[in-house]
Design a protein around this ligand. Sequence first.
Ligand SMILES: Nc1ncnc2c1ncn2[C@@H]1O[C@H](COP(=O)(O)OP(=O)(O)O)[C@@H](O)[C@H]1O
Ligand SMILES: [Mg+2]
Length: 273
Amino acid sequence: MLTEVTGIRYVTPLREGGSVPGVVEADDLGTYVVKFTGAAQGRKALVAEIVAGELARRLGLRVPELVRFQFDPVIGLGEPDAEIQDLLKSSGGLNLGMDFLPGSLGFDPLVFEIEPAEAGRIVWFDALIGNVDRSWRNPNLLIWHKDLWLIDHGASLIWHHNWKTAEQASAKPFDAADHALSRFSPDPAAAAAELAPRVTEELLREVTALVPDEWLDGEPGFDGPDEVRRAYERVLLARAGSVHERIVLVAGQKPKQDAPDWLRTWVDGKAAK
Ligand SMILES: Nc1ncnc2c1ncn2[C@@H]1O[C@H](COP(=O)(O)OP(=O)(O)O)[C@@H](O)[C@H]1O
Ligand SMILES: [Mg+2]
């Protein structure tokens, strides 16, 4: 299970992206970026954060620690913005926390240099999880202590918004032309040779076991949380073997992403900022 902490002080909202996470201090003296269950993106965004983030970590990519975060809206009563107040009030109970990296900088592809092998691993990983939210406009990458850290996987695993078409969706091309790391000569086939064999059923089970039951409960068409976990594992296992063959790195050959409307608006909105 992920470590569980309890919030003791709401510090500030982070308005950069769409989901307005909060910086919150916890009872373990740590500071966390909290993604709230009451956000418009819903609990599936939090499921995606855990499945993608914990898989990345096990493949050797850097992801700040994730924790189960108990939040009592009472600690946010000092927040003056009425919309954020509503968000906090609708998020009492279990939320998702990510260790806050103090002093980190947003990654800028024109300023930082990334090794081709690392770029390849991240582009391949984003194709594996269908992450449409790591473009050069909105990289969702941080530089911290001179290393590259991955954040914000809430918009990945887009097929979990329509399980019926998940298997077909997983056979579609992955457009990486706008990827934040596409200019660093990524070689997805080399990354796949290294990482795909590590994406085993056992590893995926370990990852999906970390998702709280209450975020998987009640999924239409499934008989309980464990069945939903198996669905996440099946799609990722199927993709791992061949997704590198479908990565499009050259602009102009744009495959259509199979994202629901609300998600495309969300991603495009963030890109415009
Ligand atoms: N672990 C972290 N440490 C430091 N800053 C963070 C961390 N996670 C997110 N941020 C900052 O908060 C912003 C919003 O977080 P993000 O996870 O991208 O959520 P969203 O885009 O859904 O609002 C990021 O762009 C980044 O500037
Ligand atoms: Mg973001």
